[in-house]
Every structure is written in C-alpha cells, then in structure tokens.
Design a protein around this ligand. Structure first.
Ligand SMILES: [Fe+2]
Ligand SMILES: [Fe+2]
Length: 325
C-alpha cells in the first residue's frame, strides 16, 4: 500500500512550482549545449614549460608520489596524466550513454513506481540531452589527446559499467533500481570534478571540464530532489529494496579497475611490477571503502535529508558497508 503524503514539500527540495516547471525551466539560457561556445581544442604541451598546464589533476593520482616513481621524467608524468584523462573521458562517454541516460529514460517515460510530475519529467529529457552533449565533448577531447600522444583508440570497455549493468539485470524492481544507479552516479560525479579548481590544466581540457561541471551541479541537485520526491511515496517494500541496493551500487561506483593502469604503464615501458604494486595498494578493501565513503558524501547527505536513516535496519546495512559510523 502506498503511504499517504502529508506535504508536497520535502526539506524544501520539491515544491509544487518545481513539479510544474521543473528544476531547469531556464535550461535554454544556461545549459552548456544551448549556450556555450565550443572551446575544447587541445594542442601539444611543452613538457619543460609548467605554464602549459597539466593534462589531468595530479591530486587525483596519489600514486604519482609513490617512491617507486621517484625520478620519473616530467614528460612521462604528463603522459601518465594524459592517459588518465583519456581513460576518464572514455569512461565518462560510456557512463553518460549506457548508465545515466538509461536511468533518465525511465523518469522521462514515467516508468517508476511513483508517478512523476510533468516538470520533473521534462527535466529528465533535458538531462538526457545534456548527457548526450557531454559524451560528444568527452569523446572529442579523448580523441584529440590520444592523437597527440599517438595512443591507439580501441573501443575500450570498463568493468565498472559492465558490473552496474549486470547488477541491474538482477533487480526485482528494475526501473527503481535504474533510478538508484542514476542517483548515485549523478550525486557522486561532482566530487570527481571538485578537485579541478586547484589545478592548472591544459586550456581546452579546463574549458571542457568546467563546462561539464556547470551542468553536473544542476544534475546532482535534480537527482537529490527526485529522490526526496520519491522516498515518502514509496511503499515499505520499495524502500527496503532501495536500502538494500544503494550500498552495493555505491560500492560498485567506486571500485577501481587496476588493469587500466597496468596497460598504460606497459605501453609506456614502465616496469610492470610497479603498476602491479600500485594497483594492489589501491585495490585494498580498506582503500575501496574509504573512497566510497568520501566519494558518496553528497549521496549520503541526500539520504539523511530524507530521514532515510530513521530506520535502524537501514543504518545497520550502511554501517556494515562502512559508509556511515
Ligand atoms: Fe554529464
Ligand atoms: Fe549528469
């Protein structure tokens, strides 16, 4: 049985106005695809000139400070950053198409267990369009940087995406499960980007990531609002489903694929043992749990805002995964 809804406003996230007009009612005037010039051309950098910028955030690759890599020439450091940028962008391209937009389709087509108001379904169509454009930007810059470094593009697959899709195959409530995957992905992604403000990146890369980020802040807010709209309207068994699936989805979203680093180091002629040692270090369960907990901070905050953790059973599940104390 569906619970009775006392108020349409949950923690100020979803008002009747938003239900009618959507979060992105001025999307024509502020989305990247509708308003920004295409300033994403990348050129080779001078490895001896620090002013030409980094290809990726060094702070995101903590393994660069590993003593095993001490003395690595600056040119190779930049190539590692460039290869990580390519990996990140190729992953982003697939994530937008196969994961986020699959999730968004179910909202736009009103396939969730709860009927979604018109404005919020229109928003889903806008997010779908944004993500399609982000995929173009990401694939284009990945291609440019691959050419600059002479790296063959081989239609890479990413185990995280395959694992999320495999998980979705097992969902008893498929459309709600897909919504949860979108909710976790879209609230987690912004933490990836927040590192960029402190780094001087190659201009075309900087412009592209900044533009992408400006949309993603809004997407994160939208998915948070969608969750706060759905949560009080779900039945108890639907809530239990969410509470069971969310921790495993969060964990999947932060699991690393060590083979990507090993392949890059191999192609660069760096001792394969170094990549293996670094991958083992990063792949430790304790490291993985720490990444999930810190990366999902916005997701966890959204859950708290909905009084999700009022149920001690849900607290126990999240505690078991190390996501909360
Ligand atoms: Fe995106
Ligand atoms: Fe997004």
């Amino acid at each position: 049985m569906k619970p009775e809804i006392v108020s349409a406003t949950i923690d100020g996230f979803v008002t009747t106005d938003i239900q009618e007009r959507g979060y992105f009612s001025n999307w024509n005037d502020d989305s990247v695809v509708r308003t920004r010039p295409y300033r994403y051309t990348c050129k080779s950098t001078d490895k001896d000139d620090p002013a030409s910028g980094d290809w990726f955030f060094p702070s995101a690759l903590t393994f660069l400070s590993n003593p095993l890599l001490a003395g690595l020439p600056q040119g190779q450091v930049q190539e590692i950053l460039a290869r990580n940028l390519i990996t990140f962008l190729e992953y982003t391209t697939l994530l937008e198409h196969r994961i986020v937009n699959k999730s968004v389709q179910f909202i736009a087509q009103n396939c969730l267990p709860v009927s979604i108001p018109h404005g919020m379904r229109m928003d889903a169509l806008r997010v779908y369009t944004d993500e399609g454009y982000h995929a173009i930007m990401s694939a284009d810059v990945a291609n440019q940087v691959s050419r600059i470094y002479g790296i063959a593009q081989e239609n890479r697959q990413f185990s995280r995406i395959a694992r999320l899709e495999a998980m979705a195959e097992t969902f008893q409530l498929p459309t709600l499960g897909w919504f949860l995957i979108g909710f976790v992905s879209e609230t987690a992604i912004t933490t990836e980007f927040t590192k960029m403000g402190r780094t001087s990146l190659v201009p075309g890369v900087h412009n592209m990531l900044m533009d992408h980020l400006s949309d993603e802040w809004k997407h994160s807010r939208y998915f948070t609002g969608m969750f706060s709209y759905l949560w009080p309207r779900l039945t108890e068994s639907e809530r239990d489903f969410c509470a069971t699936q969310l921790p495993s989805i969060i964990h999947e979203c932060f699991r690393l694929d060590g083979s990507l680093l090993e392949r890059d180091f191999c192609e660069m002629g760096i001792d394969s043992n170094i990549a293996r040692i670094i991958s083992e270090e990063r792949g430790k369960e304790s490291e993985h749990r720490l990444r999930a907990r810190t990366g999902a901070v916005a997701t966890l905050h959204a859950l708290k805002s909905c009084s999700f953790f009022n149920d001690p059973r849900y607290v126990a599940t999240f505690t078991r995964y190390g996501l909360i104390d």
